[in-house]
Design a protein around this ligand. Structure first.
Ligand code: FPP
Length: 285
């Protein structure tokens, strides 16, 4: 096991302890089955054909909690464990970018108590873990209108992004107060303004220009999108960037998602033929 892996496990351990502070019932530990990389499954992964960027729609926290007769917030708290396991597994496998859809523009219309609980969970997690992320060379970044989030959340995010900005390991990208239509609208406003100012001509408009004006301008498009909880939707998430992304739908509720599930998603992705509009015979084997 490499030094990097060991130090990342330290991060996971501390992350786990923080989680237990947040959640008095402390469901799950890093020793749970989902917290352990299945080595047999790992050996089935082709490391020469990894997706560079995996995006995840973390869904099913509420239903997971309801299935146990608990309030929805219990599901979100347990969702942090799945964030930890998935982040750890992605880093261990060598994924470069992991984007997690943590709070959508539409999520503000949830009950106030649930929104407040999510904001607090986010702040507490960031405060507890940011130094450890830094020590483990993980770069944190966000997409979405984080400046319109509660001040404490905004500040915690800014601190996290700033303090890890020179790290060179995996990028953990949190989509917060994000929606794809908002992002595309904002990009078009920026471009229109430049055209009006004479900085750009309408003929300059191109796919590359739009991509480079989106929140994800410095990220490759995801090769793989995972959505949990058996729902088959993209829910206003990265609509532009998903043009040629392979979609993987898992029936598992997010709090139960773990390293094995991530490995299975990658193995499934690697069985697909990505043709990008071409025919099979044109694809190098
Ligand atoms: C979707 O499940 C989940 C969310 C809207 C929030 C995700 C948040 C977390 C996993 C915890 C905090 C995250 C980080 C990055 C520390 P849902 O509530 O829509 O579930 P349902 O469809 O069953 O109701």
């Amino acid at each position: 096991m490499s030094g990097k892996t060991i130090s990342f496990l330290n991060f996971v351990g501390i992350f786990g302890k923080s989680f237990c502070r947040i959640n008095s019932t402390c469901f799950g530990t890093i020793n749970s089955p989902n917290g352990i990389m299945n080595q047999e499954l790992k050996s089935k992964i082709d490391f020469t054909n990894l997706p560079r960027h995996i995006a995840v729609i973390m869904d099913g926290n509420g239903r997971w909690a309801k299935s146990q007769g608990k309030p929805r917030v219990f599901g979100h708290k347990n969702g942090v464990k799945a964030v930890r396991d998935t982040t750890e597994a992605a880093a261990e496998l060598g994924i470069e970018f992991l984007t997690l859809y943590a709070f959508s523009t539409e999520n503000w219309s949830r009950p106030k108590m649930e929104v407040n609980a999510l904001m607090s969970l986010l702040v507490e997690t960031l405060h507890n873990e940011i130094q450890t992320l830094h020590k483990n060379n993980i770069k944190l970044r966000t997409i979405g209108a984080i400046e319109n989030m509660p001040e404490k959340t905004y500040k915690a995010l800014l601190d996290g992004v700033e303090s890890t900005s020179h790290n060179t390991g995996m990028t953990l990208n949190l989509a917060l107060n994000y929606s794809s239509r908002w992002e595309i609208t904002k990009a078009l406003q920026t471009i229109s303004q430049k055209i009006q100012n004479g900085q750009l001509f309408p003929s300059d408009l191109s796919e590359e220009l739009i991509s480079s004006t989106l929140e994800t301008r410095d990220l490759p498009d995801p090769e793989l999108l995972i959505r949990t909880s058996g729902e088959y939707r993209v829910s206003n998430f990265m609509l532009w960037q998903l043009a040629y992304t392979e979609l993987y739908f898992s029936p598992v509720f997010w709090p139960d998602f773990g390293k094995t599930d991530l490995c299975n998603a990658i193995i499934d992705y690697q069985k697909r033929e990505r043709r990008f509009g071409k025919i099979s015979e044109q694809i190098p084997s």
